[in-house]
Design a protein around this ligand. Structure first.
Ligand SMILES: Cc1cc2nc3c(=O)[nH]c(=O)nc-3n(C[C@H](O)[C@H](O)[C@H](O)COP(=O)(O)OP(=O)(O)OC[C@H]3O[C@@H](n4cnc5c(N)ncnc54)[C@H](O)[C@@H]3O)c2cc1C
Length: 498
């Protein structure tokens, strides 16, 4: 296979680059060794945010860039990215109130988005309804956005495919040979039936977006030395039964200088995170330690009336931040900005270190602008106004779309229809295209998962396994019991023989 660009890694940065480059007219293949988004990009705090705390490290450029991206992405993917009020309780022994106000004032002004309400102080009646401990009598409210990280990755991968990119999950780069005019690459692909297939590909340039594995791929597979080094920082999250009777999120200041988020999560739960643990080697998969669970419970319990215990944790996950090493010893102080390392002594390689989900589009644009040096016919930047698949609501009006969908499909459960809008946007219509009645939805596997959605995911979104469907194409695993998982597993096995 002859390609212009091979992208290694199907996390947010890899799919972002694949989409941008393909839309500029390059022939692009993306290889991902496991499922799309199975690395760090499915283990985040699920925020599209400026990163309020980076103001304290004077990272104004990163905050400004992230806030601009927040505005762009809420416009391009209104079904996936939602405005969320955050409350910051004041802790008199930590940062003074005026400092919090000033920080949020700067945050608002770096954003310049008229669609996002400004920060404000809450009055005592409002604070009384928050279910915080009674010693918190001052608090500020500001806005950021929440999202579903792995669904965002899937949508950007679909955009890349629409632009002509070949997306290859379960395809690991195992060898690469550099020549003057390109790379000869070997991929090992795992087929649906478990068989291994070896593929060879020739490409003119490589983007190494392997996240925590980026340094390893650069050194051991591509045989290059990068100018920058990676720093691996683990972060963990807990999911507990809903702690609050309202839908505000909290940003909690801890005595160690860090902040912890409490986020309303999927109607029934609260998501708590995160930690910052320096790692010397990649944990695969990364493990949430007992100490991290206790730490997150302890910080939460300092603030909330409905305290939690480690026994109440329903689900936990950890991810590894692939940060670039800026020589900070304190893991929480290492910059979250990104660096693109270029090696072009012969056919070029670009290695990505750092970054955030929030800045993926900008990172991809910056990287693809660099490609024009090597591909003179490469088109101009275009993604700023390109809706993600399913984000193209008439007059940008998602509420009318929801309303009309329920009105036009009165024989279908409204909750299931809303689930389709939240996960697929306007593509919800593709799923229910031939469906008139509830029975047409097919087998009910559990929660809101019916056969028609499973079939759609297998056919259109590269889903193969139970985890692909329950934890990355959505988060319905939180409601599934063992026998429901088994039934889904058996159903998926039937596809392997087709
Ligand atoms: C705890 C935590 C919380 C976070 N919260 C936020 C947040 O709220 N908002 C935000 O904006 N950012 C957040 N981030 C940061 C964000 O999640 C990461 O910056 C981003 O997901 C990194 O994406 P990536 O594509 O670079 O890496 P990854 O998502 O890890 O993707 C790399 C991919 O490369 C693949 N790969 C590796 N080796 C090979 C190979 N040999 N062949 C083929 N494929 C290979 C891997 O399987 C993997 O899927 C958070 C990160 C963590 C850890």
């Amino acid at each position: 296979m002859e390609q212009d660009l091979l992208v290694i890694g199907g996390g947010i940065n890899g799919v972002g680059v694949a989409a941008d480059a393909a839309g500029r007219g390059l022939r692009v293949t993306l290889c991902e060794m496991s499922d799309l988004s199975s690395g760090t990009s499915s283990a985040s705090s699920r925020l599209i945010h400026g990163g309020l705390r980076y103001l304290e490290t004077y990272d104004f450029k990163l905050v400004r860039e992230s806030l601009v991206e927040r505005s762009i992405l809420t416009r391009l993917a209104p079904h996936l990215i939602h405005l969320q009020p955050f409350v910051m309780p004041h802790c008199p022994q930590l940062r003074p109130y005026w400092m919090l106000r000033l920080g949020l004032f700067i945050y608002d002004h770096l954003s310049y988005d008229p669609g996002i309400p400004s920060c404000r102080g809450l009055n005592s009646q409002e604070i009384a309804t928050l279910q915080l401990k009674s010693n918190y009598n001052k608090a500020l409210e500001y806005y950021d956005c929440t999202e579903d990280d792995s669904r965002l990755v899937l949508h950007v991968a679909l955009l890349a495919q629409q632009q002509g990119a070949t997306i290859m999950p379960r395809s690991k780069i195992v060898a690469a040979h550099r020549m003057q005019n390109g790379w000869h690459v070997t991929l090992e692909q795992t087929k649906a039936n478990g068989r291994l297939n070896t593929l060879h590909l020739h490409c003119k340039a490589i983007v190494n977006a392997a996240g925590p594995w980026a340094q390893k791929v650069a050194n051991e597979i591509l045989g290059i030395k990068t100018a920058h080094k990676i720093k691996l920082v683990k972060g963990s999250h807990l999911v507990v039964p809903r702690i609050f009777n309202h839908d505000k999120a909290f940003i909690l200041q801890h005595t160690d200088g860090r902040v912890i988020f409490l986020l309303p999560y999927l109607r029934d739960f609260t998501l708590i995170g995160t930690t910052d643990i320096l790692l010397n080697t990649i944990e695969n998969p990364p493990i949430v330690s007992d100490a991290e669970i206790q730490y997150l419970c302890d910080v939460t319990n300092k603030f909330v009336q409905n305290t939690i215990t480690p026994e109440q944790v329903l689900y936990k996950y950890a991810g590894i931040r692939p940060l670039f090493d800026d020589n900070h010893k304190d893991a929480s102080k290492i910059s979250r900005d990104y660096v693109i390392d270029t090696d072009d002594v012969a056919a070029p390689v670009f290695t990505i270190f750092g970054g955030k989900i929030t800045t993926y589009r900008h990172l991809a644009e910056v990287l693809c602008n660099k490609l024009t040096k090597y591909f003179p016919n490469c088109g101009a930047a275009w993604t700023k106004d390109a809706y993600l698949p399913g984000g193209d609501f008439q007059d940008n009006d998602i509420d009318s779309f929801r309303h009309n969908l329920i009105k036009d499909h009165e024989n279908l459960p409204p909750r299931v229809l809303m689930h389709y809008v939240n996960n697929y946007g306007t593509r919800a219509l593709d799923i229910i295209n031939d469906i008139q009645n509830k029975t047409d939805l097919g087998i009910h596997f559990g929660a809101m998962l019916y056969q028609c959605e499973v079939d759609y995911l297998v056919k259109n979104e590269w889903a193969h396994t139970v985890d692909d469907i329950l934890w990355r194409r959505g988060k319905m695993g939180l409601w599934f019991n063992a026998s429901q998982v088994q039934a889904l597993e058996q159903y998926l096995a039937s596809f392997k023989h087709k």
